[in-house]
Design a protein around this ligand. Structure first.
Ligand SMILES: [Zn+2]
Ligand SMILES: [Zn+2]
Length: 247
């Protein structure tokens, strides 16, 4: 980890090939390059479990839909996530995006494929559609983590991946900075578009992203896909932020 910092994130991926296998999260040395995460970090990844809203998947003790989903039905059928975005898992997502630990994308795809996601059959989807980055962000990072996850997931599940037809037409501010639902919606207005020649008409699609926070980004993607003629849009993410944790 120290060496990776010293040589800078641009060379970190190369360093991973030259150095002995190490945990992609904490840097502890591993006996074997796979899996990319040491048992201790893996133990710190908290599974999203217990009763959840049928639609957005956030923890909700009541039956059916949480108040957010009741107020705003939208075009997104449901969202399912494997982990809670917190602790070691949060660190892992940052390592993937900022330190270019791209082997974590494969690791996360494996976890999604093996997860028992309630009321979600990923193999029944026609296409996996990664949430796109704007080209300026893509140029800065060099890769789209959601696209890497979707590519591997596509191979594991035998479901096609369609990474190029849903695009981010303009850059947006981070949804974390948006306080109100209205501000989040305005920030995303017209942000996503579907290009011509797309294969989405009449198809069942599953959006793929690393983290879901409020669901407004996934919702805006679903709007664009439905407008392009998709039959049904659902979403799967590695992790979800939990707004209100029960004591
Ligand atoms: Zn570790
Ligand atoms: Zn909900």
């Amino acid at each position: 980890m120290i060496l990776s910092r010293w040589i800078g994130p641009g060379l970190a991926a190369l360093g991973d090939l030259l150095l002995p296998p190490a945990c992609a999260v904490c840097g502890a040395l591993l006996d074997h390059p796979a899996p990319a995460v040491c048992p201790e970090c893996l133990f710190g990844f908290e599974h999203l479990s217990g009763p959840g809203c049928y639609r957005c998947g956030q923890p909700y003790p009541g039956a059916g839909l949480c108040p957010d989903c009741r107020d705003d039905p939208g075009h997104l059928g449901k969202i399912r996530s494997v982990y809670v975005f917190d602790g070691a898992l949060q660190e892992a997502v940052l390592r993937l995006k900022l330190n270019k630990k791209t082997r974590l994308a494969s690791f996360f795809a494996d976890r999604i494929a093996w997860a028992d996601l309630p009321d979600m059959n990923l193999r029944a989807q026609d296409y996996l559609v990664p949430v796109p980055l704007h080209k300026s962000r893509l140029a800065g990072r060099g890769f789209n983590q959601s696209q890497l996850i979707a590519r591997r997931l596509s191979r594991l599940l035998g479901v096609g991946s369609a990474p190029y037809h849903l695009i981010r037409a303009r850059p947006t501010l981070s949804q974390f900075q948006m306080k109100s639902k209205r501000a989040r919606r305005d920030n995303l207005m017209g942000a996503f578009a579907v290009t011509g020649g797309h294969p989405f008409t009449g198809k069942d699609l599953c959006l793929v992203d690393d983290v879901v926070t409020t669901g407004s980004t996934l919702g805006a993607c679903a709007d664009a896909l439905k407008q392009a003629g998709a039959r049904r849009v659902v979403a799967v993410t590695v992790a979800r932020t939990i707004q209100h944790r029960s004591p």
